[in-house]
Each structure stands twice: as structure tokens, then as C-alpha cells.
Design a protein around this ligand. Sequence first.
Ligand SMILES: NC(=O)c1ccc[n+]([C@@H]2O[C@H](COP(=O)([O-])OP(=O)(O)OC[C@H]3O[C@@H](n4cnc5c(N)ncnc54)[C@H](O)[C@@H]3O)[C@@H](O)[C@H]2O)c1
Ligand SMILES: [Zn+2]
Length: 285
Amino acid sequence: MANTASQIRSSSNRFHLSAFTASSGRNNYSAKAENFVSYIAMIAFPEKFLKILKSAQKVAVLTGAGISAESGVPTFRGTDGLWAKFRPEELATVEAFLSNPKLVWEWYLHRRDLMSGVSPNPGHYALAELESHYPDFTLITQNIDGLHHQAGSKNLFEVHGNISKNKCFECGEPFTGEINLESEGLPKCHCGGRIRPDVVWFGEMLPEKALEESFEASGRAELFLSVGTSGIVYPAAAMPLTARRKGAYLVEINVEPTSLTEYADWFAQGKSGEILPEIVKRLKE
Ligand SMILES: NC(=O)c1ccc[n+]([C@@H]2O[C@H](COP(=O)([O-])OP(=O)(O)OC[C@H]3O[C@@H](n4cnc5c(N)ncnc54)[C@H](O)[C@@H]3O)[C@@H](O)[C@H]2O)c1
Ligand SMILES: [Zn+2]
């Protein structure tokens, strides 16, 4: 745990995508008992949370793969996660693309396939609805599945890109043509550069403006929700802590504790597709 916090404080490299390894927190997890609420029949909302939910003007939310789990999109680190079979360092990096673009493309086409038939779940819709209740609402997602957009969220930053989009590896121009490895081979841009998925790979810079605005929104938020993220992929994982440090009430929604849990004012343990709609319901009461 100390690892995580000190790493955040000392991080001079907050624009690059990086992931901590297993030793970064979950193994020596020690959350305070009062942060835990058990969801057996109903959600026990802390009074302070309800007060802030109703009085806040500025709200920010960070989501991760967990919010899409109930839509059937596999998470990376769950037991049935995609990365249980593939090592991310072998596939989601510039080096991997340069040394074996076909393998990387096959993996992305496979993931695209998995994501193509899925729809937003009640968690995505609840966040889109939440947006309409606040003058200043920012949704930051690490997901590349486009489901928040589909659910109707407007002030949205997809800080890791979007898996349905492509761009040129050399000139960065968007590419809208078909990708068919069998018949066409690896796609090329008119500049001659290779076409790649428009997602952020490990070691790459995140889109600078979106990231700046995401950190600004985190810093000014009175209420911050961290939803379905393991909190080990940086720099996004630093956003909830930035919010907390600047005075936000920090809520974590996750089916299991993470390295963020001990910093949360309220750890709402359970499925985001069940808890988020309940939050919207309480807001409207
Ligand atoms: N849907 C997607 O677009 C998708 C899918 C897989 C991975 N990713 C990538 O994963 C990386 C970041 O990791 P991450 O933290 O987003 O995901 P992760 O796989 O590391 O963690 C997912 C988290 O969600 C929790 N979770 C699972 N089901 C849940 C549910 N129903 N409700 C609430 N929480 C639930 C898990 O306990 C876990 O902590 C990002 O780079 C992102 O681009 C995206
Ligand atoms: Zn090009």
C-alpha cells in the first residue's frame, strides 16, 4: 500500500500508461473496518454520502473495466479476464506492434468482436442520468468499449482511446477503411504508415488535453466515484486520490477491495449495475 501512495506522490510521469504488478497493494491490503458495508438485502448509504450527493455541484466519476463486466465485456484481471490468457506486455505495446503487428491486430480484432455485440448496462445508464443532475459533471473512463457514449454520457473523456477506431501509426490521421487481415493484409495509411488501433498502449502518452481536464475535474470535485477499477493502471489510478486530497468525498464501487479502498470515505461493495441505479434513485427522492 505504501508503494502505491509513495509512487503517486513521487510520480513525475503521470502522462504515461503504466501498471503496477501484484505487489503493488492488493497483497498487503488493510482497509479500515468502518469503510465496509455489506450488501445482503439493501444498500446502507452513509448519511454523509446522501448529504453530499444531494448538495454537490461538482461531481467526477472514474470508471474501469468492472462497469462493463455486467454487459459481458471481460475485465483484464478477473479470473476469466482476457489477460489471463495473453500477457499485456506482449500485445498492448508499441514494441509488440513493431515486432509482430499481425499478432497484435489479431488480438484487437478478437477483442473488437467480443465487444461488438454488447450493450450498456444499468450502471452506464445510471451515470448518464446522474450527469443531468449536476451543473459540473465529468465522466472519465479507462474503458475503450464506447459503452458510456452509447448510454448517452456527454461530458466524457475516454482517456485510453476507443477500440472501434483506428489511426495511422506514423502520422496519427484517423483511418476509417475496413480491416481484413486475410484478404487485404495489414492496413496502410496513404502516407505509407501502418494503421493501428486508436487505443493507448502501455508506455504511451495519454491524450494530453483529456488528461489535464480529467485531473482538473478530479481536483475540483466535491464528490468523486471510482467505479469498477482495480486502481493499478496509472495515471488514471491517481485521479481518485487527487480528488480525495483536494477535499472530495470519495466513494469506491467495486465487487472486491482494491488498493484504493483504504482511502475511500465509503466503500460500496457490490456490482456497479446494481449500486449506481440505487444512487440515482436516492438522489431523486
Ligand atoms: N471494457 C473495456 O473497455 C475494457 C475491458 C478490459 C480492460 N480494459 C482496460 O483495462 C485497463 C484498466 O484496468 P481497469 O482497472 O479498468 O480494469 P481491471 O480489469 O484491472 O479491474 C476491473 C475491476 O472491476 C471490478 N469489477 C468486476 N466486476 C464488477 C462489477 N460488476 N461491478 C463493480 N466492479 C466490478 C473488479 O473487482 C476489478 O477491481 C485499462 O487500460 C482499460 O483500457 C478495458
Ligand atoms: Zn499516415
